[in-house]
Design a binder for this molecule. Structure first.
Ligand code: OOG
Ligand code: MG
Length: 505
């Protein structure tokens, strides 16, 4: 699942299916990861009478007690409750779980007494943006042994109080580090760094947290990430936590702007000037604009139900003056029941054309061959596509029309037929009020309509989308399209199949 998020005027895309876990797994009875001489994390089966809460030992269920010291065992997140007698609980004080976080790598510096520290200068040199509230620090060296290390009595690296003061002054509210503490292991109980960080005993930084003993693999680059900071719901000063990062893909301003422009033009049924020349858009950008504009519809609750191919016949290419295949997206609100109607006032200058539709049987993630095609399709049907270019005078370049979801505005699917129904070499026509407007042959579609289906599998999977079971693919018109007027009845005929009609209200 992908989401779009807005932060401080920027729009980002986040792929939620690609989490980067920066927590450390805790394994029972392992000696690490731990620190401050905490006992090992342990899980032991609950025992009562004859009952032993372990399936291995004959119980129907696993039913374990765990023994954990959140500060001492593995990744944990703490609040000011750690150094206060007021009982502040991380489960109450941590109120926002999602942040734009900066990941930075630092090598602690040696000081006179031999300690290794993160200094104010190093923090300063990060040149943190004032909008960044969460900072993740990976320290070097970053060995795999950190994942199971017992830091007890090793005097691990820590932060100078000046470094923490600096972080506070920079507005950092969530600090995540791969060290066991921001303070020295033995500092005579001063906890000076913790106190500075929370501005103890004032209560103006109660919402701020420190997460310790994370681990960020070396192949994760420094930079900005979307952070989901989740904790175990213990009412305590600290609890085990599971911070997850997601890569942020910054969305291009031009793409956002044009996607919004085209989305609005469709929504308001108002034509706009072409965009290619003015904004100098490439074919690749055009597809991104299309995706982003469909995203706007999805944000309003619309659902992707399939794809359409365009310019798969010479008749269409000549009519529109373009010379390459294109593909667009079909959404649920575009779907009109057979013999249904559209409201003319919701369109700009609608045209109708006859189509052949394929119903996808199972998910398609790669380019199919003709021999494979029928395994992935459950049925075929005649269809009508309503195209309604959002550009003035229905005129556009290839880039323009792609950005505009290939003019697609609505579609009607007729009766589904068995996948083995012959769709090659059939007469196809589009009529208005029973008068044929254009007619052609289904082989005008790439010499065989199945070829259009194959092209769809190639182009859409190369783009990175999966064509899902239950989705519909329109092959593209074999004839030119015809303008409609209110009151007319459009009808598509595909030889040997029942008719598809659409009323124009
Ligand atoms: C673009 C859409 C092309 C087809 O079937 O070839 C198309 C247009 O003609 O405006 O849908
Ligand atoms: Mg079409």
């Amino acid at each position: 699942m992908k989401i779009q998020l807005k932060n401080n005027g920027e729009t980002y895309k986040v792929d939620l299916s690609k989490p980067i876990d920066i927590s450390l797994p805790l394994i029972s009875h392992a000696t690490g990861p731990k620190c401050f001489n905490a006992p090992d994390f342990k899980k032991t089966p609950f025992k009562a009478g004859d009952f032993i809460g372990s399936v291995k030992e004959g119980s129907p269920v696993n039913f374990y007690n765990v023994e954990i010291n959140p500060h001492g065992n593995g990744t944990h997140t703490e609040c000011m409750g750690h150094i206060s007698d007021k009982g502040y609980s991380i489960n109450k004080e941590l109120k926002n779980y999602h942040h734009i976080a900066q990941l930075a790598t630092l090598t602690p510096e040696s000081i006179e007494n031999g300690d290794e520290v993160i200094t104010e200068k190093q923090i300063e040199a990060l040149l943190l943006d004032e909008n960044i509230k969460a900072l993740i620090i990976r320290t070097f060296p970053n060995e795999q042994s950190k994942k199971t290390r017992n830091y007890s009595e090793t005097n691990p690296a820590y932060f100078t109080t000046q470094a923490l003061e600096k972080l506070v002054s920079l507005g950092i509210e969530h600090l995540l580090i791969d060290l066991p503490s921001v303070d020295r292991e033995y500092d005579d109980g001063k906890l000076a760094g913790h106190k500075v960080y929370w501005n103890f005993p004032e209560e103006n930084r109660l919402h701020c947290t420190i997460t310790e003993m994370i681990f960020v693999e070396n192949d994760i680059m420094d930079g900005r990430y979307f952070l989901n900071l989740q904790i175990a719901p213990f009412e305590m000063d600290a609890t085990p936590s599971k911070p997850i990062l997601y890569r942020l893909e910054k969305m291009n301003e031009k793409i956002n702007k044009l996607a919004e422009l085209l989305d609005r033009a469709a929504l308001k049924a108002t034509a706009i000037p072409q965009v290619k020349e003015q904004y100098n858009i490439t074919l690749e950008e055009a597809y991104h604009i299309q995706a982003a504009s469909i995203n706007h519809r999805e944000e309003r609750g619309d659902i992707l139900v399939g794809y359409k191919m365009g310019f798969t016949s010479k008749a269409k290419m000549i009519q529109m003056g373009v010379d390459d295949l294109i593909w667009g997206r079909l959404t649920k609100t575009m779907h009109i029941e057979n013999h249904g109607a559209i409201d003319f006032s919701k369109f700009i200058h609608p045209r109708v054309e006859p189509e052949i539709a394929f119903l996808v049987k199972s998910d398609i993630t790669f380019s199919l061959t003709l021999a494979q095609a029928k395994e992935y399709v459950s049925s075929v049907a005649p269809a009508i596509e309503v195209i309604d270019s959002r550009y003035e005078n229905f005129k556009f370049s290839l880039e323009d029309v792609i950005a505009d979801n290939c003019s697609s505005a609505a579609f009607v699917v007729g009766k589904w037929q068995d996948v083995n129904t012959v769709i090659e070499d059939l007469e196809i026509s589009i009529s208005l009020d029973n008068e044929v407007q254009h007619s052609g042959n289904s082989n005008a579609i790439l010499d065989n309509p199945w070829e259009s289906f194959l092209e769809a599998t190639r182009l859409i999977t190369v783009y990175g989308d999966t064509i899902k079971a239950g989705q519909i693919i329109l092959a593209g018109a074999a004839t030119p399209a015809v303008y409609v007027k209110p009151g007319q009845l459009a009808q598509a005929n595909v030889q040997g199949m029942s008719t598809v009609t659409l009323k124009i209200d």
